[in-house]
Design a protein around this ligand. Structure first.
Ligand SMILES: [Zn+2]
Length: 458
């Protein structure tokens, strides 16, 4: 099966140009200007006039089909990957967290059972190890060699059993860094948070969340972890940076190590004023929405954030509203975002559409694919790559953002977008037309990493 995508503005890793894209058997075989391409016979032809042609996006940071504290998330693999694919995301990256009394291998098997056959786009897992006995570390070594590359660590959340001390992080950088591990670290210093006296705050006000988890917690943790990554030459990706100062620590040190970071749509276009609303607790997330988003937005505009990802974490309305108005610390922390990712990212550069298209391709495709170690098949429009392709009309009908398709509070109410996903191809197959899934009963997403059942563990 050959597909020719004609007449589009094609985003390449370093530029945007008029070109045609030829796809054969699920892979891209050529990207050429119409004159160079010459006459081509194709089984299917897609006219991309007036549209950008982009590599399929990755949301590098999402939580779906998982238990977070007392609450089960609203999105399954089916609904999470559906809203993803309808909005140009052809690879959803999400987390497998090792539970208590569970091996990471067992946790992956459980996640595979939930995702297999139900995922509309491809799925790539980041691993969150929580136990570090010798057998756990040996299993991690096998998984790293087999294509699981990204490990998530938390400098906070002791009560949830996922906290890793700086000593632990140092040990893992030293031991697993040389094996190619890409460390994703949630940076909020637990000691800075513990030093806040909640009795001095009005815990009946959602806005107090910003003082329970102050900006200083983020910058202190980023500085510590960046220093360790430089010392041990470990690849460090700081997740969901919410402060300009935190971002600058990474930017300043970039030349000294393998450092990258992501920020999220909510930290770029929302701020702590949303927490002042009567329903402000709906916007509780960690790190919190803050003042000073304009500075972070300016950094993102300059291209400083390697990746823009959502930290999608959709809770059911009844769970967000289970708070009785006394202690806000019982409210589940997280916002939905998958369906808003491309639309909000576009807004960063919307005055310059070519720049916006390049921004989507860099921060939602190329850079996340490199961090995940799948750049040989994902993240760019080039010969040999999976034909995960987005045909994006920047001048469609204006529509409200929809972060998730399941019942959950919308994180971006009142925000609209004119982006229309005319076509989304997954490995060459047309799966979305004009924002609608073509074959909702036949999910075609692949799990990109091997089943642990096919691996041998010592
Ligand atoms: Zn997260």
């Amino acid at each position: 099966m050959r597909t020719l995508i004609r007449n589009g503005r094609v985003t390449l890793p370093d530029r945007v140009q008029d070109a045609d894209v030829l796809v054969e058997n699920g892979r891209i075989v050529a990207v050429e200007g119409p004159a160079q391409m010459g006459p081509v016979t194709a089984d299917r032809s897609i006219d991309a006039a007036g549209c950008y042609v982009l590599p399929g996006f990755m949301d590098f940071h999402t939580h779906v089909d998982d238990q977070i504290g007392r609450f089960y998330l609203a999105d399954s693999y089916e609904s999470g990957t559906r809203v993803a694919l309808q909005n140009g995301i052809t690879t959803l990256c999400t987390f497998v967290t090792q539970g208590p009394e569970q091996s990471l291998v067992q946790a992956i098997a459980t996640a595979r059972a939930k995702a297999q056959g139900h995922s509309h786009c491809d799925v790539l897992w980041h691993l969150t190890p929580t136990s570090f006995e010798p057998a756990d570390l040996r299993a991690l070594e096998v998984l790293l060699a087999a294509g699981y590359r990204t490990l998530k660590l938390y400098t906070t959340y002791k009560a949830a059993g996922i906290f890793a001390s700086y000593g632990r992080i140092e040990d893992l950088f030293r031991r697993l860094g040389p094996l190619g591990a890409q460390f994703m670290v949630h940076c909020e210093d637990d000691a800075v948070i513990a030093a806040v006296d909640p009795r001095l705050l009005d815990l009946g006000q959602a806005h107090s969340h910003t003082r329970l988890r102050p900006a200083k917690a983020e910058t202190v943790a980023i500085q510590r972890v960046v220093d360790l990554a430089i010392t041990y030459r470990a690849a460090l990706h700081v997740v969901h940076v919410s402060t300009a100062e935190g971002a600058r620590i990474i930017v300043r040190n970039r030349a000294k190590g393998k450092l990258s970071f992501e920020t999220c749509p909510q930290y770029l276009v929302l701020d702590d004023s949303w927490l002042q609303r009567p329903d402000g607790h709906h916007w509780l997330c960690s790190p919190p929405l803050r003042t000073g988003r304009a500075e972070l937005l300016e950094l993102a505009r300059s291209g400083a954030a390697d990746v823009i990802a959502t930290d999608h974490c959709a809770f059911r309305p009844e769970d967000k509203d289970s708070w009785d108005g006394t202690d806000l610390r019982v409210v589940p922390n997280g916002l939905p975002g998958i369906g808003a990712l491309a639309h909000v990212t576009w807004k960063i550069w919307e005055d310059d559409p070519d720049r916006a298209a390049l921004g989507l391709s860099t921060h939602l495709a190329l850079n996340p694919a490199r961090r995940a170690g799948v750049q040989d098949r994902k993240g760019a429009l080039g010969p040999g790559q999976d034909a995960d392709i987005v045909v994006l009309d920047p001048a469609g009908p204006e529509q409200p953002l929809r972060s998730t398709l399941v019942p959950a509070f919308e994180a971006f109410p009142g925000f609209t977008s004119k982006l229309m996903f005319r076509h989304v191809l997954l490995r060459g197959d047309p799966r979305v037309e004009n924002g609608r899934l073509l074959d909702p009963d036949q999910p075609q997403g692949l799990l990109l990493q091997p089943s642990p059942a096919t691996l041998s563990f010592p």
